[in-house]
Design a protein around this ligand. Structure first.
Ligand SMILES: [Zn+2]
Ligand SMILES: [Zn+2]
Length: 358
C-alpha cells in the first residue's frame, strides 16, 4: 500500500560521503504531478562537474547523492497538464529541474541565470525532498526542464550535448557569433573544448585549438577537424596570431594568465570564460581598452537554446566522441576522467546495466 501516496521506489547509484564512490541505493521519487514527466533513464553522460559534487570540492554536497546531469530517457508517464510530451518520447534532462518563473531571468527565458534555480541533483526540490540525478532507474522532472531528443539522434550521442554541447552553443548564440566565416579559438581540449571545436566548425568557423603543448596536435587537427593548432608557450607563433580571433572559448579550469589570449583577439573580440576558477584572474586594463575587447563568462544555456542546439547538431550531423560504459564501471570512469584519460566523454548505458549489481 502507500506506494501511490509516498511515491515510487527506485534504484540509483549514489555517493554517500566525500570519497565520491558510487554504489546502488534505493530512493523514493515523487508521484507524477500535473506538470511532471516520468522518465525511464536510458543513458547519462559523466561531466567534470560531477566529480566536484560527489567529492564535495565546493563544500556544499549533500549525501546520499545520485549525480548525473546529461540524462536521456524514455517518457513512461506524463501529468495531466503536460502538453509537450507523450509516452514513448525520447527526452533529455540537463543541469536544471526548476526555477522561480517570475524573476527577470525567468521572464526572459534564460532560467539558467535565475537565482532560485534548482539543480537536477544535490539540491532540494519545491516539495522539500532532495533532487537526484541521472545515474538511476528513472527521474521525474517538470516538463519545462525536459527537452525532446530529435528523431534519428542516438541517446548516447545526445547525452553530452545536454551540458557540454549547450555550454558552448549558448554564448556563441547569445553574442552573435553563430554566423559563418568567423575565426574562433578553443583553449583547452577536454569535454567542453572538444564540443567547442565540433560546434564552431559546424557553424562554419575557422577553428584554432590552443594548448600548452603539442601533445594534442594530431588529435585536434586530424580527429576533431580543427583548422589550426597553436602552442601557447611558442611566443613567435602566438605573436603571429595576434589580433586575429573573433572569440576565444576558454575552458581551462585552473588559474592562468589572460593577457596572452587577450592579445590574440581582434577589435571587439570576446574571451569567453567557462572554467570554474576560484582564485582572482589578472590582466592590465589596456589589454581590453585598446581593442574594446570583452572578457565574459557563460553558464550552460536556456531550455530554449538546448532545444535549438539539439536541432542544430542533428541538422549538421554533429557527433561527439564518447566511450559508452556500464554502470558497474562508473567509479573507474570517474577516476579516469579525473586523470583526463578519456576521449572525451563517458556515457553510462544505464538501461543496459543491472543497477542492483555492484
Ligand atoms: Zn556538466
Ligand atoms: Zn527566476
Amino acid at each position: 500500500m502507500g506506494s501511490m501516496e509516498k511515491g515510487r521506489t527506485i534504484v540509483g547509484w549514489a555517493a554517500t560521503d566525500p570519497s565520491g564512490v558510487l554504489a546502488p541505493q534505493t530512493f523514493t521519487l515523487r508521484n507524477t504531478g500535473p506538470e511532471d514527466v516520468f522518465i525511464k533513464v536510458m543513458c547519462c553522460g559523466i561531466c567534470h562537474t560531477d566529480i566536484h559534487q560527489i567529492k564535495n570540492h565546493l563544500g556544499m554536497s549533500r549525501y546520499p547523492m545520485v549525480p548525473g546531469h546529461e540524462m536521456v530517457g524514455e517518457v513512461l508517464e506524463v501529468g495531466s497538464e503536460v502538453t509537450k510530451f507523450k509516452t514513448g518520447d525520447i527526452v533529455g534532462v540537463g543541469l536544471l529541474v526548476g526555477c522561480c518563473r517570475s524573476c527577470r531571468a525567468c521572464d526572459a527565458d534564460i532560467e539558467q541565470y535565475c537565482n532560485k534555480k534548482i539543480w537536477s541533483y544535490n539540491d532540494v526540490y519545491t516539495d522539500g525532498n532532495p533532487t537526484q540525478g541521472g545515474f538511476a532507474e528513472s527521474m521525474i522532472v517538470d516538463q519545462k526542464f525536459v527537452v525532446k531528443i530529435p528523431e534519428g539522434m542516438s541517446p548516447e550521442q545526445a547525452a553530452p550535448l545536454l551540458c557540454a554541447g549547450v555550454t558552448v552553443y549558448s554564448p556563441l548564440n547569445h553574442f552573435g557569433l553563430k554566423k559563418s566565416g568567423l575565426k574562433g579559438a578553443i583553449l583547452g581540449l577536454g569535454g567542453v573544448g572538444h564540443m567547442g571545436v565540433k560546434i564552431s566548425k559546424a557553424m562554419g568557423h575557422h577553428v584554432t585549438v590552443i594548448s600548452s603543448s603539442d601533445k594534442k596536435k594530431v588529435e585536434a587537427l586530424d580527429h576533431l577537424g580543427a583548422d589550426e593548432y597553436l602552442v601557447s608557450s611558442d611566443s613567435s607563433t602566438m605573436e603571429q596570431a595576434a589580433d586575429s580571433f573573433d572569440y576565444i572559448i576558454d575552458t581551462v579550469p585552473v588559474n592562468h594568465p589572460l593577457e596572452p589570449y587577450l592579445s590574440l583577439l581582434k577589435v571587439d573580440g570576446k574571451l569567453i570564460l567557462m572554467g570554474v576558477i576560484n582564485t582572482p584572474l589578472q590582466f592590465i586594463s589596456p589589454m581590453v581598452m585598446l581593442g574594446r575587447k570583452v572578457i565574459t563568462g557563460s553558464f550552460i544555456g536556456s531550455m530554449k537554446e538546448t532545444e535549438e542546439m539539439l536541432e542544430f547538431c542533428k541538422d549538421e550531423g554533429l557527433s561527439s566522441m564518447i566511450e559508452v560504459v556500464k554502470m558497474d564501471y562508473v567509479n573507474t570512469a570517474f577516476e579516469r576522467l579525473e586523470k583526463n584519460d578519456v576521449r572525451y566523454r563517458f556515457v553510462v548505458d544505464v538501461a543496459g546495466s543491472d543497477l542492483q549489481q555492484q
